[in-house]
Design a protein around this ligand. Sequence first.
Ligand SMILES: CC(C)(COP(=O)(O)OP(=O)(O)OC[C@H]1O[C@@H](n2cnc3c(N)ncnc32)[C@H](O)[C@@H]1OP(=O)(O)O)[C@@H](O)C(=O)NCCC(=O)NCCS
Length: 166
Amino acid sequence: MNHLLTTERLVLRPVTAQDQTWLLAHWTAPEVRKFLFDGATPSPAEVTEAVEDSVRDFAAAGYGLWLVRETGGTDLVGTAGLRPLEDLGIEVLYSLEPGAWGKGYATEAARAVVEYALGPLGLAEVLAEVDAGNATSVAVVERLGMTPFEVVPGLLGPMTRYRGTR
Ligand SMILES: CC(C)(COP(=O)(O)OP(=O)(O)OC[C@H]1O[C@@H](n2cnc3c(N)ncnc32)[C@H](O)[C@@H]1OP(=O)(O)O)[C@@H](O)C(=O)NCCC(=O)NCCS
């Protein structure tokens, strides 16, 4: 299965061990990490584990964490990925470098990942779990047309769970 995803403006490729330095810097930026890690700052070991999980999951199941760059560019602008959400199913996640916010890139990357999940990967549904206070992320899942089905308590406040289907 081809794990490289392309959109009108973006290229998404699976993360590798060589990306750990970039991913650590990205995920520890205060504006980026807040809702991704329940207010905590991920350690280098946690980033290494996330990369190793992704490499293993791509090999075994065809999904994991993609890094995003602009078509024709070399700098990474963010991430989009698929990972298990407890025992409920597979969730989509995404993040952008703050300098890349406000261009529609997160929606474009997340849409490509959801379409991959519901298409080539063959999932019946994709989930998302978003802190209710993360307005920009709520807007992304709404633009993707995902449907809220549950609100659960989180460390930073209520989190809404969404599902998207074919
Ligand atoms: C969540 C996050 C990725 C959203 O980023 P974002 O830039 O707001 O979302 P998008 O990339 O989809 O961009 C949408 C915005 O771009 C605008 N835009 C500008 N040009 C556009 C274009 N050509 N096409 C589409 N949208 C465009 C849209 O109007 C929208 O702006 P608005 O919110 O003012 O209406 C970002 O805030 C982030 O990285 N947060 C930290 C990580 C995080 O919390 N992740 C989610 C965990 S659940």
